[in-house]
Design a protein around this ligand. Structure first.
Ligand SMILES: Nc1ncnc2c1ncn2[C@@H]1O[C@H](COP(=O)(O)OP(=O)(O)OP(=O)(O)O)[C@@H](O)[C@H]1O
Ligand SMILES: [Mg+2]
Length: 221
């Protein structure tokens, strides 16, 4: 059996000493699968993703995530920094010290994977929210990310763009054999993933079949 792409054991994290946000939190995301993370507002989903991405350090526990990791924010305007699509995707490759030819090839490959090749020279300000999210994901693909972490990537999208994005990530995971962990409050998105996790009182209280978790949460609403 291959080791999971994401593995968390007994994680403990608190912003303030007296009130832990995550306690005895454990989860795995298998390689090559698309999983979703559910939980009420303030339950610690975004905090957990930041820990997985190495943006925060836990008080205790073990986190293993297959590198490189790509992170997609809820609001793409907080993520895209360059004036054009191609420049933004290339910007993420700066640290890798690749040749100019290799950068061009990586950018093309990533834009192609997200059906954005025709957008390479477009200014970012002129794009829709859904297109911007696809560019953020293309940036992660260009970096050859093994794990894609997405924090409510569809929260600002209309229903058509929402479904288009979730289907694209589903296809990406399958075609490239990567893993994705996607946070959402929108239960209809559960139709597209391989498994789901429910975060409650600081730990994962349920995991497994997405449609079962969907029904559980619809009953609780
Ligand atoms: N930078 C911070 N400093 C202090 N407390 C924080 C910080 N960020 C989040 N928190 C607190 O940690 C708890 C968990 O927040 P988090 O954003 O992880 O929840 P969430 O599950 O992502 O919620 P939502 O569904 O609203 O996005 C909340 O009580 C929040 O107020
Ligand atoms: Mg959040």
């Amino acid at each position: 059996m291959t080791s999971p792409a994401v593995s968390v054991q007994d994680l403990y994290f608190s912003w303030h000493q007296d009130k832990p946000i995550l306690k005895s939190c454990s989860l795995t995301v298998p390689q090559g699968e698309f999983w979703m993370l559910l939980g009420a507002n303030g339950s610690g989903k975004s905090t957990l993703l930041k820990l997985l991405a190495g943006l925060l350090v836990p008080q205790s526990g073990v986190i293993e995530v297959k590198p490189p990791v790509g992170f997609v924010f809820q609001n793409p305007d907080h993520q895209l920094v360059m004036p054009t699509v191609g420049a933004d995707v290339a910007f993420g490759l700066v640290e890798e010290n690749l040749s100019a030819i290799a950068v061009i090839a990586r950018v093309r490959e990533a834009l192609d994977a997200m059906n954005l090749l025709d957008f390479q020279r477009r200014p970012i300000y002129a794009l829709s929210g859904g297109q911007k999210q696809r560019i953020a994901i293309a940036g992660a693909i260009a970096r050859r990310c093994e794990v894609l972490i997405l924090d409510e990537p569809t929260a600002l999208l209309d229903p058509d763009a929402q479904i288009e994005l979730v289907v694209q990530v589903q296809n990406l995971v399958k075609s490239r054999g990567i893993a994705a962990l996607w946070v959402t409050h929108r239960l209809d998105e559960l139709d597209y993933c391989d498994g789901a996790l429910l975060l409650e009182n600081g730990c994962v209280v349920d995991r497994g079949e997405p449609l079962r978790l969907k029904q559980r949460l619809m009953r609780e609403d």
